[in-house]
Design a protein around this ligand. Structure first.
Ligand SMILES: Nc1nc2c(ncn2[C@@H]2O[C@H](COP(=O)(O)OP(=O)(O)O)[C@@H](O)[C@H]2O)c(=O)[nH]1
Ligand SMILES: [Mg+2]
Length: 316
């Protein structure tokens, strides 16, 4: 006996969508040529901003999201082997209470690459554990010197820190929110309010904002087995859309990555995602400098939307 029409419709309705999208939401080839091109492109990058040699890229986000690991991964790609310089671990250590600026060195001649990372204490939903939003805003404005120790119980007033009149070089030129893709659904409302506060200030200052969606390997089994499926995984795509709404940046500003964590050798596919993310970060920083230049100001740029910057980048 055949199935009744009603049963057939019900069966149709509960059919799950495929785990893979028909078309990737971003085109990226995973080949040795692409890897080499990305490395060359990043090495020859120079800022056009007067008085700024290296854009300062702030990595911010929840404890254990993968901030230090991203810096370590970038460093590893340029060193030629996995290296774990910034403390990356399961426990929040005293090291991460400091504001640390890290440069990346080229493996051959020891020359520094044209950007620096600012790695700070993680953000937590409740103030007694993580960095205070006020401190993050002070970092963004350039008031916090390198090696400054944060006190989660008390944000210092700006005049108590060392750099009183920060130059453009002291300020942050690109904010990168690092979000653990495997916990996106569990992000606390309090934490989201903190992201909103930082977002608002960054928006006011015209600073570009991007999101690194880290740990894609721990989030989707298809991606864990084959990283080249990262832009085809429906699950990761859904996470990217969710994070875009949460942080208030367009999906074009969401950069999925898988950081090095326990490997002893590099992997071309991991490198390509890391390098692609870094290339986007540098392009956004450059768009910010262009904007400052265009407006003839060197201290604070007028409000500028991330959408505005990303559309200029994609048109260029
Ligand atoms: N599998 C995997 N583990 C990661 C990834 N990123 C970070 N981790 C691990 O997550 C933990 C916390 O990372 P860490 O960089 O210290 O986070 P931070 O507190 O934001 O600096 C460490 O054990 C890392 O090895 C990733 O993309 N994939
Ligand atoms: Mg860290």
């Amino acid at each position: 006996m055949g199935a009744s029409p009603l049963k057939a419709i019900k069966k149709e309705e509960i059919k799950q969508p495929s785990l893979l999208l028909n078309k990737p939401w971003r085109e990226l080839k995973f080949t040795e040529e692409v890897r080499t091109e990305l490395i060359e492109d990043i090495k020859k990058y120079t800022t056009k901003a007067d008085g700024v040699e290296q854009p300062r890229i702030l990595l911010t986000g929840q404890i254990k999201a993968g901030k230090s690991s991203f810096f370590n991964s970038v460093n590893s790609v340029f060193k030629g082997f996995p290296i774990f310089q910034a403390t990356a671990c399961e426990k929040e250590t005293s090291m991460s209470k400091y504001c640390r600026t890290y440069a990346v060195y080229e493996s051959k001649d020891g020359k520094t690459l044209p950007f620096t990372f600012c790695d700070i204490m993680g953000l937590e939903p409740y103030n007694d554990k993580g960095i205070l939003v006020k401190d993050i805003i002070n970092v963004i404005r350039g008031y916090i010197p390198d090696n400054y120790k944060f006190d989660p119980n008390e944000a210092k007033e700006v005049f108590e820190t060392c750099t009183e009149q920060p130059s453009l070089a002291d300020k942050v030129h690109c904010i990168v929110y690092v979000i653990d893709a495997s916990v996106v659904n569990l992000l606390d409302k309090e934490l989201q309010n903190k992201f909103d506060e930082i977002h608002e200030e960054a928006h006011r200052l015209g600073i570009p904002q991007l999101v690194l969606l880290a740990k894609v390997d721990l989030t989707c089994n298809i991606v864990k087995d084959d990283l080249t499926k990262v832009y085809q995984s429906r699950y990761i795509h859904e996470k990217a859309i969710k994070v875009s709404h949460m942080v208030g940046v367009p999906v074009s500003c969401i950069l999925p990555v898988r950081n090095y964590s326990s490997e002893t050798d590099l992997d071309m596919k991991v490198d390509i995602l890391i390098l692609k993310a870094l290339q986007q970060i540098l392009r956004q920083s450059e768009a910010f400098f262009d904007e400052i230049k265009q407006r003839g100001k060197s201290k604070e740029a007028p409000p500028l939307t991330c959408e505005g910057i990303s559309s200029r980048i994609s048109n260029s």
